[in-house]
Design a protein around this ligand. Structure first.
Ligand SMILES: [Zn+2]
Length: 904
């Protein structure tokens, strides 16, 4: 009997749609399979003219992340399920074809994007798949620029910045640090350049100008060993942000960079152990993959001859650990939280008895999968550390009695329930699945449920009590039966998540019974209270119509990445979903400058899998809800939009335009759910049950931060200035809109719809940032009590410049009346006051102001070079110590920019 096993893709990576790949460059549409490609795009099966041979196909796989086990259905890739061989090269060194799937593991994060090639042979045909492994923590300094403003200026090119002296993953050690801009010659950067160390809560921890010295021969800055010691003393351990602002003496050169750095994380010592506590030494050379859920640290370590492994500088976060065994992925895995002040941690991963068998015969492998010799339920991992766990919680009336660690209920031969609950701190509890499907069975129903008592209070706080869960159902010919996650991500909007899959097993049980195996697991993080329970229910029949999976995909049909900002330097992570509340244009003088074509532009691909596959689907509705239950479904039947149904059981919308959702703006996150309706056989029309499945996932997440169009808000529409971009350009979180509502400022770009970006991560609006709904461009104060266009910066600050020149002429000519000087003094005072005020807020990440004459008058209180009273102090104004969060940047003569933390 051949057991089909193509079901273990982690939800995060379950995606593997193909994109056309001509001559190595990805052609649009990004993730749209060929069947949906616009006619202008050559079919993926067609080799590009430069391809070596007609029998060689080239594919671009959807990009993957470092330190993952990736399992993709060959069928979904358009390849024969029985392909012969796979040969990896480049950054991927192990790959396997097994049970109709392509499997490979990705290496640890090097701080750079990595590339690999998988050559798959099937008979005479060869397929070459290109894979991009995108770094989640770039080590390079990321230049910031706010793109061309309204005046159509060219996009400024920032010189590359080299930083010497950082360790792996940008670890700050005691070594001296040097910052050097490439190709700028000798530029006097000494007095005006700044460097800032901040934590994730926008706290200023250190100013590099107090520690570095300038070397005029190559315009570099260095921090000596002794200065480094002083700096290190002031910094906490863990994940830090470095903001670097290099400004020339004449203020005509100003560039900014962001860097992710680490100060000395924990050393994690790991050990493989058998159920009875013995060291397991037979897996020397195998890799252990480490993945941080929040800060995205991803690394790999090699198991040595003693069965131990080590990770250095692990920053505080919640982690998932697993080995890279492609035949038995995730069976050996665990979770751990590393606390803030942890310096040493030890983690034990239990290898179940069925894995301790060296024999790799197919009979033994089948026994391994069935979990032969392994107890039904056991503790599969432990963590100890020297750091301080969070203080005990008073959970009051919500306290629950610790129940049995796990339970298995086999009600009768026709169904069984497997569950795991962890009531111990950091204890990883696993329950094996073992279920026999009798010969002649037509279908198997699988319901996967994760329930957590951490919801609502602790998941909404994004607390440290961030329990983790995982399940994997093995042996059924279906995808989407394997996932892992943590409750802060998965249970922000609801306490219970459910997913139902109905699997046709007619083929598999034609001649013999089918064994279903796998596991459910749960880990209690932070303390033993408020546990999380993972449950899988298996039944020998399924009824009705169910949505097995629903996924948004990126990039979209125009090859633009959407929903998640891919550049992490200047953007806070998503996903963000733009929710249009009305089709109507507001009344009043500003209605003509509202969104242009926000409906159909910047679409999102949506893919729905449903069971039974032969159902005739007549309606697809999409709904949103803040609490997971009872979604508000839009009236629009999505089948009215372009879609394909080439594969039974699948509907793909290559360019979905979300319907409008009326109602109040949500200060939190929302879940998106699809509901389908149709007929199965001769039965009357039925609908899927949203409580049983249909949550839309994106990159492993089901909670989306909604963005709303600020210019549509009645109190704000009159304050929007500048030209309009397609799709709307002022999409903002509810908190950003609140922020603006409570201020008098006139604003321009915030973010584009669905934070659409270019392939290299620039916002579709042309900015390096502006991809998180929390970055706003605004007019300067005009010094007359308002924010008028002229003195607010219109025309690249032309009127501000003229005011400065006029005031300088008054001073130089010793005019009796100096109205321009008075106006300039008022302009400076008003802008300094607003910048002082906004920089002081804890929610402020960074503020950018202009270089050149803006810098001269605002910071130095001097008339700029070239003005009548060049470089003399402006009468009645003294130099200003600008707040640490205010940085000088080119391209900001027409506006100032603020980045805030304004999301849940
Ligand atoms: Zn900006």
């Amino acid at each position: 009997m051949k057991t089909t096993l193509r079901t273990m893709a982690v939800a995060v990576l379950a995606s593997a749609l193909l994109a056309a790949c001509g001559g190595g460059t990805q052609a649009p549409p990004g993730s749209a399979p060929v069947a949906e490609a616009p006619s202008s795009t050559p079919p993926i099966a067609e080799a590009p003219p430069s391809a070596p041979a007609a029998s060689v196909k080239r594919f671009q796989l959807e990009e993957v992340k470092p330190a993952e086990v990736v399992i993709l259905s060959l069928q979904d890739l358009g390849l024969p399920a029985d392909a012969d061989s796979v040969t990896p090269s480049g950054a991927i060194s192990n790959a396997l074809l097994m049970d109709g799937t392509l499997r490979f593991s990705t290496p640890g994060d090097t701080g750079e994007d990595q590339e690999a090639t998988l050559e798959i042979k099937s008979g005479a045909a060869t397929t070459i798949s290109h894979v991009l492994i995108r770094s989640q923590r770039l080590t390079a300094a990321q230049a910031y620029d706010d793109g061309p403003e309204e005046d159509g200026l060219p996009i400024p090119e920032s010189p590359p910045l080299t930083v010497d002296g950082l360790g792996p993953n940008n670890t700050i050690t005691g070594a001296p640090l040097t910052f050097r801009l490439q190709g700028i010659g000798a530029l006097d950067l000494k007095d005006k350049s700044k460097g800032l160390v901040m934590d994730k809560n926008n706290n200023v921890l250190g100013r590099l100008e107090d520690f570095w010295s300038f070397n005029p021969t190559d315009s570099s800055f260095s921090i000596s060993v002794s200065a480094m010691q002083r700096l290190l003393h002031t910094l906490p351990s863990g994940d830090l942000n470095l903001g670097l602002n290099f400004v020339s003496k004449d203020a005509e050169f100003a560039v900014n960079y962001d860097m992710l750095v680490i100060k000395q994380g924990a050393k994690v010592s790991g050990r493989l152990q058998s159920l009875n506590g013995d060291s397991v030494t037979m897996f020397a050379g195998r890799k252990i993959l480490l993945k941080g859920y929040n800060e995205q640290m991803r690394a790999e370590a090699v198991v040595d001859a003693n069965g131990t492994f080590t990770f250095e500088n692990v920053i505080p976060d919640t982690y998932f650990l697993t080995w890279n065994d492609l035949r038995n992925p995730y069976i050996v895995s665990g979770s751990m939280a590393i606390f803030k002040n942890t310096t040493q941690a030890s983690v034990t991963l239990v290898v179940p008895p069925n894995m301790l068998e060296a024999n790799t015969s197919s009979a033994k492998l089948a026994a391994q999968r069935a979990g032969a010799g392994t107890p039904l339920s056991y503790v599969s991992g432990y963590v100890t550390q020297d750091g301080t766990p969070p203080p005990p919680r008073d959970i009051g009336t919500t306290e629950i009695t610790p129940s049995a660690r796990s339970a298995t209920r086999a009600a009768d031969g026709a169904s069984a329930t497997f569950s795991a609950t962890s009531n111990g701190l950091g204890q990883d509890v696993i329950t094996n699945i073992n279920f026999t499907v009798p010969v002649g069975t037509k279908s198997v129903g699988v319901k996967m449920t994760v329930f957590t008592y951490e919801y609502p209070q602790y998941t909404r706080q994004q607390s440290i009590y961030n329990d983790t869960w995982a399940y994997s159902v093995v042996g059924l010919p279906a995808t989407g039966l394997s996932a892992n996650g943590l409750v802060n991500h998965s249970h922000y909007t609801q306490g219970r998540t459910s997913k139902t899959v109905c699997v046709d097993v007619t083929e598999q049980t034609r001649n013999a019974a089918l064994t279903v195996s796998g596991f459910v697991r749960a880990i209690n993080i932070g303390d033993y209270l408020l546990p999380t329970t993972t449950t899988v229910e298996l039944t020998l029949a399924c009824k009705g119509l169910s949505v097995s999976s629903a996924r948004f995909l990126s990039p979209n049909a125009n090859a633009h990445p959407v929903l998640n900002p891919i550049r992490t330097g200047a953007n806070l992570p998503g996903p963000y979903l733009s929710i249009q509340q009305s089709d109507a244009l507001p009344f009043g003088p500003y209605r003509l400058i509202q969104r242009s074509g926000s409906g159909a532009s910047h679409t999102i691909p949506l893919e729905i899998t449903y069971k039974p596959a032969d159902a005739k689907i007549t309606e697809v509705h999409i709904g949103i809800s803040p609490d997971g239950g009872d979604p508000a479904f839009a009236a629009d039947n999505l089948l009215g939009q372009a879609h394909t149904t080439d594969t039974p059981g699948k509907i793909k919308f290559p360019r979905l335009s979300l319907p409008t959702f009326a109602g109040s703006m949500l200060n939190g996150k929302l879940a998106v759910t699809v509901r389908i309706a149709g007929t199965v056989g001769d039965t009357p029309a039925i609908s899927s049950d949203p409580a049983e499945g249909g949550k839309v996932e994106f990159d492993g997440a089901t909670a989306f931060t909604p963005l709303y169009l600020a210019a549509d808000v009645a109190s704000l529409s009159g304050r929007r200035y500048g030209s309009r971009d397609a799709g709307g350009d002022s999409w903002a979180t509810q908190r950003t809109i609140n922020w603006l509502s409570n201020k008098p400022y006139r604003f321009d770009d915030i973010s584009g719809k669905h934070v659409t970006q270019t392939a290299n991560g620039r916002s579709i609006l042309g900015h390096e940032g502006h991809s998180d709904g929390q970055q706003i461009d605004m007019r300067y104060a005009d010094g007359r009590g308002g924010f008028g266009d002229a003195l607010g910066g219109q025309g690249n600050g032309a009127q501000i410049k003229k005011l400065i020149d006029d005031a300088a002429a008054e001073v130089a000519g010793n005019a009796a009346q100096k109205p321009s000087l008075s106006a300039l003094q008022a302009w400076i005072a008003a802008n300094r006051a607003l910048l002082d005020r906004e920089a002081a807020h804890a929610s402020t990440r960074v503020i950018y102001i202009g270089d050149s004459f803006i810098e001269h008058v605002l910071i130095d209180a001097k008339f700029p070079p070239g003005a009548s009273a060049a470089s003399t102090t402006i009468p009645g104004v003294t130099a200003w110590t600008k707040p640490a969060k205010v940085r000088t940047e080119a391209g900001h003569l027409s506006h100032w920019h603020i980045s805030i933390s304004a999301r849940p």
